[in-house]
Design a protein around this ligand. Structure first.
Ligand code: S6P
Ligand code: ZN
Length: 192
């Protein structure tokens, strides 16, 4: 059967799509080793397996020419001084870009490329963020009480490389500060 155009409504105020193909939940336990303060991680874990972020995927074939999209919701919270965030990844096909549109909340996107450039872009409602090809990306919720909600869209053939980030981490971390948040160098960032 040939493809036909379709549209999807978002439920307000949550921004959860009325129709989606997959709902992913990422909890604290799946983020071991990703936060700087390992003691704070253990303490938080002893209180339960906090829900850090969720993704509602609108699935399409994972082939060139298609676009994959969905809604990402990062919940508010901190591990030590570091805000809740996504795992973050490079695309397996490095030369593929992504666009994020912020619908709700406050946060930032931490980005870096293999050449060692880094970038931290604020996410506030109405902001469109272009993540160029080659740049790893991680969303961070810096709001104290509200979810960070974004719509994302990227090429069908992009794929996800989580391994590089699991091994090395991101060069920059986002931590709490009197000004809201600040970025610091990751002392645990590994080369190679
Ligand atoms: C996929 C896109 C988003 C993320 C989502 C969760 O390329 O960037 O859908 O998958 O924000 O982040 P992560 O790092 O766990 O995939
Ligand atoms: Zn991506």
């Amino acid at each position: 059967m040939p493809d036909i155009p379709f549209s999807i409504d978002l439920a307000f105020p949550t921004c959860i799509p009325h129709k989606y193909d997959r709902h992913l939940e990422r909890r604290l336990s799946s983020m071991e080793g990703m936060f700087l303060d390992t003691q704070a991680f253990k303490e938080l874990q002893s209180k339960g397996d906090s829900l850090m972020y969720e993704v509602y995927e609108i699935h399409r074939p994972e082939i060139p020419g298609e676009l994959l999209s969905g809604i990402s919701i990062v919940h508010p919270g901190k591990v030590g001084n570091e805000f809740f965030m996504t795992k973050g990844h490079f695309h397996s096909v490095l030369e593929t870009a992504e666009i994020y549109y912020c619908l709700k909340g406050e946060g930032v996107m931490i980005m870096e490329n293999p050449e060692g450039d880094t970038s931290i872009e604020p996410l506030v409602p109405g902001k469109i963020l272009y993540v160029p090809p080659r740049w790893a990306h991680r969303s961070v919720c810096t709001g104290r009480q509200n979810d960070l909600v974004t719509f994302f869209i990227y090429p069908g053939n992009a794929g996800h490389d989580y391994g590089t980030i699991i091994k090395r981490g991101f060069r920059k971390l986002i931590v709490d500060s009197t000004d809201g948040y600040k970025s610091i160098d990751n002392p645990n960032w590994k080369t190679g």
